[in-house]
Design a protein around this ligand. Structure first.
Ligand code: ARG
Length: 461
């Protein structure tokens, strides 16, 4: 395939250098965006009189036909083209002849590629927003079902205070909700038009960038031509969003892995999302969750790759920028895999409520409730903490749980525990402990129901 820049050169490009320089192997996935950008550009060239109405119509018609034929796989992008722009223009030339050469008036591949990747990412932002919403909606469904399920809440992976499972699941809902906010915010800055910057300095043709922006659905036009072709901060922002989301999913995956062990036994994963071992017949492994956790590393890598790519580039365009695409494609592809896969894993898991409850029983996790009981009756919390510490130590020495204490024994630890000891004993139960935490954002089912309604409203339901 002919190069777009061959005439200045006497010698052909070295074959090795050709393959280093080639970007079609990965940027071919931008062909739809490339054609869309060209259709808008050709339309504008006609509207401004830079090209005649007839030339503009020929270009637009030719590009539309190309789009249909590539879509229908009647045509393929020529594999020997240098990049997606060369490939599309080459096909157009075969179809239209010389007039195809007018498409590149007042345009450069530098502003063209920046436009293509923005159009691509805008679509992916919308697709990911849908996947995130679906994930959150699954969490809402599970939370509604598990409003009364008690399990140990942990700090340091040690039993801390009992919580309800709905509360635990909704914690992830809110993490993903902030991810969705970050995504929406990133999309605003992705959705600005660089086309019309030319190679770097703008153009002497009387173009209308605002018309192109409108045709392509961009919310604004980038103000500075140098900035338009040189910066990729919007890709970095996207990868930062992707990394944070991957981190959240990885934490959830880690919990799924832990909860699915015989030691925890809180959940049983479905056959459809687990795999076996080639040597150990009894095995059922949580591979999906492990891969979600494992793939987080490559998404972080994508972010670091792009940050590093950009840090030393003098203005404006440098060929280094061709390396911006693969990390973005990789992160997008990875998220499209892990989001639905983890969603399915959790949606199909069996929650073993009796195991969660059993784990929370006898774990001394209602000790704070007894200290709060004393504090409510006027004892400074620090003293209450000391009293209850002695109660816990006594129980451990006796090999009993807090729930096993009887009224006469409990009464010996403090005068305040001597009056109305039955109500002191009651605060040591799991149900009391959970129900007491009615503060906004707390784990009491009453408060979690409010939280659940607010979560639902976030999804516009
Ligand atoms: N393929 C390039 C990229 O992805 C765009 C072409 C710009 N090439 C050039 N020689 N200025 O960034």
């Amino acid at each position: 395939m002919n190069k777009l820049w061959g005439s200045r050169f006497e010698e052909p490009t070295d074959a090795l250098i050709e393959s280093l320089n080639n970007s079609l192997v990965f940027d071919s996935r931008l062909w739809r965006q490339d054609i869309a950008g060209s259709i808008a550009h050709a339309t504008m060239l006609g509207a401004t009189g830079i090209l005649s109405a007839d030339e503009s119509a020929q270009l637009v018609g030719g590009l539309q036909l190309l789009r249909e034929e590539i879509e229908a796989e009647i045509l393929v992008l020529p594999p020997d083209a240098e990049d997606v722009h060369t490939a599309v223009e080459g096909l157009l030339k075969e179809r239209l002849g010389a007039v195809a050469g007018k498409l590149h008036t007042a345009r450069s591949r530098n502003d063209q590629i920046a436009t293509d990747i923005r159009l691509y990412l805008r679509e992916e932002c919308d697709a990911l927003e849908g996947e995130l919403t679906a994930f959150q909606s699954m969490l809402l469904t599970l939370a509604e079902r598990e409003m009364e399920t008690i399990l140990p809440g942990c700090t340091h992976l040690q039993h801390a205070q009992p919580v309800v499972l709905a509360h635990h699941l909704l914690a992830y809902f809110w993490m993903l909700d902030r991810d969705r906010e970050r995504l929406a915010d990133t999309r605003k800055r992705v959705n600005r038009l660089p086309l019309g910057a030319g190679a770097l300095a703008g153009t002497g043709f009387p173009i209308n960038r605002h018309q192109v922006a409108e045709l392509l659905g961009f919310e604004g036009v980038l103000e500075n031509s140098l900035d338009s072709v040189a910066d990729r901060d919007f890709l970095i922002e996207f990868l930062a969003f992707a990394s944070i989301l991957a981190m959240h999913l990885s934490r959830l995956a880690e919990e799924i892995i832990l909860w699915n062990t015989p030691e925890f036994g809180y959940i049983l994963l479905d056959d459809a999302v687990t795999t076996g071992s080639s040597i150990m017949p009894q095995k059922k492994n949580p591979d999906v969750a492990e891969l979600v956790r494992g793939k987080t590393g490559r998404v972080y890598g994508d972010l670091i790759a792009l940050l590093t790519l950009m840090k030393g580039l003098p203005l404006t365009y440098n060929k280094d920028l061709q390396e911006d695409k693969e990390p973005v494609f990789d992160a997008v592809d990875t998220l499209h895999l892990v989001l639905p896969a983890l969603q399915k894993t959790l949606a199909t898991a069996q929650f073993r409520r009796e195991r969660m409850l059993a784990a929370a029983r006898g774990d001394y996790s209602t000790a704070t409730d007894l200290a709060d009981y004393l504090a409510r009756r006027g004892l400074p919390f620090r003293e209450a903490h000391e009293v209850v510490g002695r109660v816990v130590r006594y129980c451990i020495e006796q090999g009993i749980t807090l729930e096993d204490l009887d009224a006469p024994t409990l009464a010996t630890f403090h005068a305040l525990l001597g009056v109305n000891t039955e109500s002191a004993l009651e605060v040591l139960t799991l149900n009391y402990s959970v129900s007491a935490r009615k503060s906004f954002g707390g784990t009491a089912p009453e408060a979690v129901r409010v939280q659940w309604e607010n979560a639902k409203a976030r999804l516009g339901r």
